[in-house]
Design a protein around this ligand. Structure first.
Ligand SMILES: Nc1ncnc2c1ncn2[C@@H]1O[C@@H]2COP(=O)(O)O[C@H]2[C@H]1O
Length: 909
């Protein structure tokens, strides 16, 4: 790390040129980035159900429908029909429309004046008499296929269903179609009371508009927030500029990367620039503030950069790593948009880290300020210190009690998780007040819902749906669908046959059933053109399709409803029929469970990565656990709150846990690393904690504020998943801060930490390695043992051990000499031996758990390592091999000492 920074400083011109060239090449890819409003991304990647669905829409017609909704008290007056007919004329000529369904052009099958008529309800271009129009209106309302589908119960609302061709090759196709259709609606202006388009292309056009609006709003706001926070915390304009430049460059790289590998902007990837700007800035802030600290020592760029490089230790690297781990865990999700989000953010944050590490020292070398900003008033630091004191007061008030309270609150809030629901419905991603939701609500009020899916019934043999048995099965399913409260309207091929049957029987509603005779059914079919029934039965009559319209806007409701229908089918319908539910709606919704599984998987992955790294770094499993606890608490809070407030788990909120753990753990790492170094310096756990909290509080609190504000910016998005993601992540940051200031010290105060870093850097005298105590051990094992001890100095004449004391520690003499004296019963003091460096003493009380058997006094100034029983116990659990060797060596020396003592005694005798 240090070498990289120094390298960038020394080769600053080359580094800046290379960054410039890379940036240019990424920038050249940006035009390739597209906005993707389709719902494909919300489905499961490579889902075989999707292939099935594509086959079905080829057979029964596209479900890329747009509805033009018309509402008027007098919808059937001549002038209104005229205006509508003008619109229809234009629509019919429009090249991208494959089919138009209106009340007018549907078949009116009616028993009238002793005979059956089958003709279109109305020809809007050639209007009949007023009475005849009103009769057509009544017929349409009575027609079960049309009612609530194309016309409402009292004939004041109508829908024009338009089936739009799919043209993925045309750029901005949906926006184009939606805009052109909007222009066709002009004749309705001032004539029809209320009219608008909804569904298909309009939905996608709105999505694109919202995505662009989001981008225009969120990015500058994120920049502003970042700028303000950095200016406040660094007190320097230049200091605030640098993170902005690195964030800007990272965003260019990231967009270029999206263009290069073909990942589009969608409602989830739209937040990436804002996120990179906010999250990426934390490293810059740390670096620049170290640079300024360097300047305070010496006003020289070289010196300040090197000072910064020296201070940029393992913490910076680790925190970047855990943050990236959090984001990259999202890649494991099977939902396309989430996978894409994971890939792009991982790239973006790695890019940001690289740019920061190279650009910042190079730029500081070129133009870095020569004066550190003066902290004119230190009142802010008082606030930080007050926060620190408060945190410490709470911790020391009563550790057990505080811990208990935290656990109780966490469990109580976490309990809300039981109410958590999963949702992946695209309409519910818009705000309730958005135009799109308002329009959907109006349609919902008057007609069967704008949402639909298909139930495909496959009999497996041609002509099956000319057979009364199979038609009756469809009839039963449709009947059941219309009876349940879940769906607003379902239409199957059975409806057409039943309707003709009813009209053949003089319109008697009792005859709205499937006739028993095959011949009769064959005759009935003759009344229809292929196009009249093509949505409901395929060309060879082997498959039937039930169109189910509904207003459900959440996955769990739809899932329950489908489940109910499936149960019905299982118990009541001929099991030789293959029945499948399909449709864009069903595919998107069935991906909901994948969201939950993906979410659980990414949390596990992040937790494991963090646990693994921290355990290795601190050579202690407990340290791994310890770094997780303060960061798991906020996750309980987030999911619990979601449960209580009815916020669903969706593509946005699913990411919160993994991402925020990755970010929140940064502060814990800073605290642990600092605690570790303070502990070495002070040798007192409580003092070390106090010092850690006091010195880190400023950085921890200000980065938390930056992140909280940064995430809060997302609340201004147009998409609910993004809004929820924003405020919940902001909440997680605040809670993680509290957890870090209270839980971390609480846990640390019970732990001794050693880092891998210490292990690698520790330099021991050769005499230590040669000590009998370490015989047969590898160098790293010796270091590990040494690091579990405390360094202690004694002045000449000072007692190291007092006879009769009860304590379980022992000493390795690193430097100096120490005498062993034993007090006899008659008050004399007999010298037993003198120890030199490399030798140890105090092993009797340590192993025997008895009183000290002699005094040990420093003969010269002594430097010792003190080992205590608890630390050795800890190592024994973690690395039993080392302790076994250690105690073997110990007993070897003890045997020799016993032998020598026995010899002395017998000689004396
Ligand atoms: N006879 C002895 N020979 C060598 N060392 C001794 C002898 N008696 C006591 N000591 C050391 O002096 C230490 C005093 O504290 P302990 O009894 O814990 O452990 C003792 C030994 O390490």
């Amino acid at each position: 790390m240090k070498k990289l920074l120094i390298f960038a400083k020394n080769n600053y011109i080359a580094v800046l040129i290379v960054i410039f060239i890379i940036t240019l090449s990424f920038a050249s890819q940006i035009p390739k980035v597209v906005i993707d409003p389709s719902s494909d991304g919300f489905m499961i990647k490579g889902d075989p159900e999707k292939t099935y669905y594509e086959k079905i829409i080829k057979e029964f017609g596209s479900d890329n429908r747009m509805i033009i909704f018309l509402k008027d008290r007098n919808l059937f007056s001549e002038d209104k029909i005229k205006a509508i007919s003008e619109v229809l004329e234009k629509l019919e000529k429009y090249k991208y429309i494959s089919k138009i369904e209106t009340v007018y052009n549907q078949k009116n099958i009616k028993w009238r004046d002793g005979g059956l008529i089958t003709e279109d309800f109305l020809d809007p271009f050639n209007l009949p008499s007023k009475e005849e129009i009103l009769q057509a209106k009544r017929d349409a309302i009575e027609n079960p296929i049309l009612n609530s589908n194309l016309i409402n119960k009292d004939g004041t609302a109508m829908a024009i269903n338009i089936i739009i061709e799919k043209h993925p090759e045309i750029k901005s196709y949906d926006t184009l179609v939606s805009k052109e259709i909007e222009s066709f609606l002009k004749p309705l202006n001032g004539v029809i009371e209320e009219y608008f388009q909804i569904g298909g292309p309009y939905f996608k056009k709105s999505l694109v508009e919202y995505i662009i609006k989001d981008q225009i709003k969120l990015v500058p706001l994120a920049v502003l927030v970042l700028f303000i926070v950095v200016i406040i915390s660094l007190r320097s304009f230049y200091g605030a500029l640098s993170p902005l430049v690195t964030a800007g460059l990272s965003v260019i790289w990231t967009f270029g990367f999206m263009g290069l590998i073909g990942i589009p902007i969608n409602i989830i990837t739209v937040i990436i620039p804002a996120l990179i700007i906010v999250i990426g800035s934390t490293e810059d802030i740390h670096m620049i503030s170290e640079y300024f600290e360097g300047l305070e020592h010496k006003q020289d760029r070289h010196f300040a950069i090197e000072f910064m490089a020296n201070k940029m230790g393992i913490a910076i690297f680790l925190t970047a790593f855990t943050t990236i781990a959090g984001f990259s865990s999202i890649i494991t999700n099977d939902i396309t948009v989430l996978k894409q989000f994971g890939i792009v953010t991982t790239f973006g944050l790695i890019a940001n880290f690289i740019i920061t590490v190279f650009y910042t020292p190079a730029m500081l070398r070129l133009r870095g300020p020569l004066k550190a900003p003066t902290h004119s008033d230190r009142s802010d630091s008082n606030i930080f210190q007050k926060i620190a004191n408060l945190g410490l007061k709470i911790v020391y008030f009563n550790r057990g009690f505080v811990f208990g309270v935290v656990v109780v609150i966490t469990v109580a809030i976490g309990f809300g998780m039981n109410f958590l629901r999963i949702n992946n419905d695209t309409i519910s991603y818009f705000k309730k007040t958005s135009e799109i939701r308002l329009r959907a609500d109006i349609v919902k009020e008057h007609l069967a819902g704008a949402q639909n899916f298909y139930i495909v019934v496959d009999a497996g043999k041609p002509g099956a749906f000319k057979n009364p048995h199979y038609l009756k099965e469809i009839y039963k399913i449709v009947n059941h669908l219309n009876e349940t409260k879940y769906f607003s309207k379902s239409i199957g091929i059975s409806d057409f046959i039943a309707l003709v049957n009813q009209e053949m029987n003089e319109g008697n509603k009792k005859f709205y059933v499937i006739p028993e005779s095959k011949e009769l059914i064959a005759q009935y079919y003759l009344l229809f053109h292929r196009k009249d029934i093509e949505n409901n039965v395929n060309a060879d009559f082997s498959k039937a399709n039930i169109i189910v319209k509904h207003n459900l806007t959440s996955s769990y409701e739809l899932k329950n409803a489908i489940q109910e229908v499936q149960n019905y089918i299982k118990n009541n319908i001929d099991s030789s029929l293959k029945i499948k539910f399909t449709g864009e709606n069903v595919l998107v919704n069935s991906a909901a469970d994948t969201i939950a599984i993906g979410q659980a998987w990414s949390i596990t992955l992040v937790l494991f990565i963090i646990f693994f790294i921290m355990s290795i770094l601190f050579l202690n499993i407990k340290a791994g656990l310890l770094s997780l606890i303060p960061n798991i608490i906020p996750i309980f809070f987030a999911f619990g709150t979601m449960g209580y407030f009815g916020i669903d788990l969706n593509v946005g909120t699913a990411m919160i846990a993994a991402i925020s753990i990755g970010i929140a753990v940064d502060d814990t790492i800073h605290l642990m690393v600092r605690y570790n170094s303070e502990l070495k310096r002070m040798n007192d756990q409580d003092l070390a904690i106090q010092e850690t909290i006091h010195s880190e509080v400023r950085a921890v609190v200000s980065t938390s504020i930056a992140l909280t504000l940064g995430f809060s910016v997302l609340v201004l998005s147009n998409f609910l998943p993004v809004i929820h993601f924003g405020w919940l992540s902001a909440m997680v940051m605040v809670i993680a801060l509290f957890a870090d200031l209270i839980i971390t010290p609480l846990l640390l105060s019970k732990t001794r930490l050693i880092t891998l870093w210490d292990m690698l850097n520790i330099k021991l005298k050769q005499s230590v390695f040669n000590s009998v105590l370490f015989e047969g051990m590898k160098k790293w094992q010796i270091k590990k043992l040494v690091l579990s001890s405390k360094m202690k100095e004694f002045k000449e004449g000072e007692y190291i051990i007092k006879q009769g004391d009860k304590e379980r520690t022992f000493y390795l003499l690193l430097d100096g000499k120490a005498d062993v004296f034993r007090n006899t019963e008659n008050g004399e003091s007999i010298k037993i031996t003198t120890f030199e460096d490399g030798q140890f003493f105090g092993e009797i009380a340590l192993c025997g758990d008895i009183e000290r058997t002699a005094n040990v006094v420093a003969k010269t100034n002594c430097l010792t390592l003190e080992f205590d029983w608890e630390s050795l116990e800890r190592i024994r659990k973690f690395l039993p091999n080392i302790t076994a060797k250690f105690f073997m060596n110990l007993s070897k020396v003890m045997s020799i000492r016993l032998k020598e003592t026995t010899e002395k005694i017998t000689k004396g005798v």
